[in-house]
Design a binder for this molecule. Sequence first.
Ligand code: FES
Length: 160
Amino acid sequence: MEFKFTEENLKRVEEAISRYPEKRAALMPVLFIVQEQNGFISGEAMTEVARILEITPEDVLGVVTFYTMYHQKPMGKYHIQVCTNISCLLKGGLEIYSAVREKLGIGNMQVTADKLFSIEEVECMGSCGTAPMLAVNEDYFENLTKEQTEQIIESLKNKN
Ligand code: FES
C-alpha cells in the first residue's frame, strides 16, 4: 500500500531535513516520523523516505534493520524490549524476559491478540549500570525484579 506523509508530518520531515547540511543525515528522525504515523516502517514507506532524502531504498533498509527501535511489521501499542545482554544477563535479565513472556503468553516479536503488547529481546540498551532493564516504547524501567516487571505489565493493562 502506498505510503504518504500527512501534511503535518511532511512539515516535520522538512523541518528535520533543514537541521542538517545534507538531506540523508535526517534519515533517523524521518524514520521515527514514519513509525509514529504508521506504527511500523513498510517497504513503501522506505521507498518514499529514500525518494525524499535522495538516497536508495537499500540505504534506508540498512538503517531500519540495524536499529531495534524501528519495526518492519505492526507491533503492540506497548512494545516491550527486554535486554538480555551481558550486564542484564548477569543481573537476572533472562528471568525478566521469561516473566514478560509468561505474563503476556507470547514469544519474541509476537503481538498479543488485543494488539496491546509485543515483546522483543534486544541487545544492550545502554543502561548496563542499572541492569536488569526493559523499555516500554521509549520509557526505561531499571533495576528490575520479576515482581516489578509483572506490576508494570499489570498497570499498562489497567490503563486500557
Ligand atoms: S547489558 Fe542490558 S542495558 Fe547494557
